[in-house]
Design a protein around this ligand. Structure first.
Ligand code: 26W
Length: 658
């Protein structure tokens, strides 16, 4: 009745919209109940701040976690409808670039499934990660209008009643008022931050958490200031594009505004909620934890201080103690050039009050260390130096925990990149090696393999992934190995189908599928992989009858729009693919398939079909990696350098499997 039509005449998107609203209305009561329970039990809440989230499609994930997969599949069968085609209507929610954003999404799934009181805080970008197309072998980027469909984002609920006002720009002066300083703002721009909440459904546990995504709008009271559409865009563009190109000043300025926007909106919302339950503000760290994912939300430290100081009038020391207890931080890269810094003038243009507070944090940091440490260490660790604000320093100094994302990475942070901070705060550093949501990367992506596992060790592994270890007891079970081989062949046949459709190239499922899927980056060494393929090709040219097992090399990769080196590698791969795929003399022994627009949903189709997983980053460069885990989980053999989480995978699977 949603579309006032009967099922037989419904279009796929009408069926999709109807199914989504059925699923959503089935979990909204649980969603509310989860929140009610938190309030009744007065449970401590954690908030994960990330400027990127890469959930992909949610329909099948929600069906799985609600326990509705089989029911809906059989209902669609009875109705003579194709669930996969209906599910394909859903646009990927691609509000991120790569590993960091996908990790945030896997965490949302895992935290809900583990019943943890953790909510996500992010930005509702109007345009997600660009759509990649190849034109004459070159990457071109197209806008990703993920919201501009019949159904829009079926999973969000706009909560205008929960909107907050974010102040950006303008000037500030401090006026003494009793025993505190009252900031007086002038010329600032007021932005209405409107939250859109997306339910994060836990697996079979009656638990739904919230991913809150903020959208920038013009406050009704301010509309007179924005008479033209052009003027309005100044505000609305703050949340229109993911990771604006940082190769120019305007892109960088927009990025800084985005960072402050979602940090301020999120923190204001958290403190407003906390205060509703009458607990004293100086004990907020007992009920609230805020996690800073990479340095993009590092301003959480200063914004939290701003509210405690300027609005709650706490003494600096009390506010600072609460802030450090509340904040924690994950570092995702050891490459110094990736550690964010902002010029003082730009920072002052975006948020003068936040800059003042950061300057005071910096000043007190230096004063506290002055008589204990040498000047060099202080100069290297302070927040403001060289005319720039060092965001990683703000995050580390302003939080009680800093973690790396794999043991090797965390060791390098302590020994090298952040060694000075390790000297200052040894007990703040810890490792939390990345993980993946096996619900998505095995149960949803690889139903054939999941069924074979069920038959062998039962279904407990679906709730507790550790049960998969029982498979090791069956490693010589010939019948199981036969089934696993059949599953792999079936998955490869399905991928070969997709490759034929997308590229027109025929590949044999009997060939070895050798897969490298990740962002295009020099340190990930797609070029090294390509050189090896060229070597194989030249060997075959020299001796066409050379007996080798046929190989299909599958690439999936997007390059940042301004990263010209990476884009030339994409062109190179596509050119070699043209050469090799059309060379009859090598009798189809080698093929290169570069599938365009790699993303979560394409990954779900490639990963189950992989025989070999290429994880060949230059040692020390890949903080962790996560495609390494997803591909290994689906039975691929890993070819790896001792980098990131590859080191720990090797420890777990044994040297003969990597
Ligand atoms: C412009 C392209 C771009 C944009 C954002 C590249 C990288 C980013 C993120 C800020 C960095 C990122 O995704 N890092 C990856 O984080 C993963 C999760 O911890 C790690 O597994 C990867 O090793 C790390 O590169």
């Amino acid at each position: 009745q949603k579309y006032a039509i009967d099922v037989q005449n419904a279009t796929e998107s009408e069926l999709y919209g109807t199914l989504c609203s059925l699923v959503k209305s089935s979990y909204t009561p649980i969603w509310r109940q989860t929140w009610e329970n938190y309030l009744q039990e007065d449970e401590k809440q954690a908030y994960y701040f990330s400027i990127e989230y890469l959930p992909g499609k949610l329909l099948k994930s929600n069906l799985l976690n609600m326990g509705w997969s089989d029911l809906v599949a059989s209902a669609f069968k009875d109705l003579g409808l194709n669930l996969d085609q209906v599910a394909a209507v859903e646009p990927d929610m691609a509000l991120g670039n790569g590993g960091l954003g996908r990790l945030a999404a896997d965490f949302m799934d895992s935290l809900a499934s583990g019943g943890y009181p953790v909510n996500g805080n992010g930005i509702r970008y109007k345009y997600g990660l660009f759509k990649q197309r190849f034109s004459n072998g070159y990457q071109i980027e197209l806008p990703n209008e993920w919201l501009n469909t019949d159904v829009g984002n079926a999973w969000e609920i706009r909560r205008a009643s929960k909107a907050v006002t974010v102040r950006i720009g303008g000037h500030v002066r401090l006026e003494p008022q009793g025993d505190y300083l009252k900031p007086v703002y002038e010329g600032a721009t007021l932005i209405e931050a409107v939250p859109y909440d997306v339910g994060m459904v836990g697996y079979h546990n009656e638990h739904v958490n919230t991913l809150r995504l903020w959208s920038a709008e013009i406050p009704a009271s301010e509309e007179i200031k924005y008479p033209t559409i052009e003027d309005r865009r100044q505000i609305e563009d703050i949340t229109s594009v993911l990771y604006p190109d940082d190769s120019n000043e305007n892109g960088r300025l927009l990025r800084l505004k985005q960072e402050y926007f979602f940090v301020s909106a999120g923190i204001q919302s958290i403190i407003r909620h906390y205060k509703k339950y009458g607990e004293p503000i100086e004990k907020i760290s007992e009920k609230v934890a805020i996690h800073i994912n990479d340095t993009h939300p590092a301003m959480c430290v200063a914004e939290f201080m701003r509210i405690l100081l300027d609005e709650e009038h706490l003494p600096w020391e009390t506010a600072w103690e609460q802030t450090v207890k509340t904040m924690s931080y994950t570092n995702h890269t050891i490459m110094a050039e990736a550690l964010e810094t902002w010029s003082i003038p730009m920072f002052n243009e975006v948020q003068p009050r936040i800059l003042q507070i950061i300057a005071e944090i910096d000043h007190r940091f230096v004063a506290a260390l002055a008589d204990k440490y040498d000047g060099g260490l202080i100069e290297r660790t302070r927040i403001i130096s060289g005319g720039r604000v060092h965001m990683a320093h703000l995050a580390i100094i302003g939080s009680h925990s800093t973690n790396g994302v794999a043991q090797l990475h965390t060791d390098l942070l302590k020994s090298d990149v952040l060694h000075d901070f390790y000297t200052l705060y040894p007990d703040r550093f810890n490792n939390k090696t990345n993980g993946i949501a096996h619900r998505r990367w095995l149960q949803l992506a690889n139903p054939r393999l999941s069924k074979v596992i069920d038959q062998k060790i039962g279904t407990a592994w679906r709730t507790d992934a550790k049960q998969l270890l029982q498979l090791a007891d069956h490693r010589t079970d010939q019948e199981l190995l036969k089934y696993l081989a059949q599953v792999k062949l079936a998955n490869k046949t399905a991928l070969a189908e997709l490759i034929k459709q997308q590229t027109g190239v025929e590949v044999s499922p009997k060939a070895i599928f050798d897969v490298q899927i990740k962002r295009l980056h020099a340190y990930k060494r797609q070029l090294l992989n390509l050189l090896r393929i060229i070597k194989l090709y030249l060997d075959l040219k020299q001796n066409p009858d050379l007996e080798i097992v046929p190989r299909v090399f599958v690439f999936g990769a997007k390059a940042a729009p301004s990263y010209h080196y990476a884009k030339s590698i994409i062109k190179c791969i596509n050119e070699v693919a043209q050469l090799i795929n059309h060379d009859q003399t090598i009798q189809d022994k080698l093929k290169i398939i570069f599938l365009e627009n790699y993303g979560v949903s394409l990954a779900e189709k490639i990963i189950p079909a992989a025989d070999v997983s290429e994880q060949i980053s230059t040692a020390s460069k890949e903080a962790s990696g996560t495609s390494n885990m997803k591909l290994m989980l689906n039975g691929a053999l890993t070819v790896a350098t001792l980098d990131g989480a590859n080191v720990e995978i090797r420890e777990h699977v044994g040297e003969d499997n990597i």
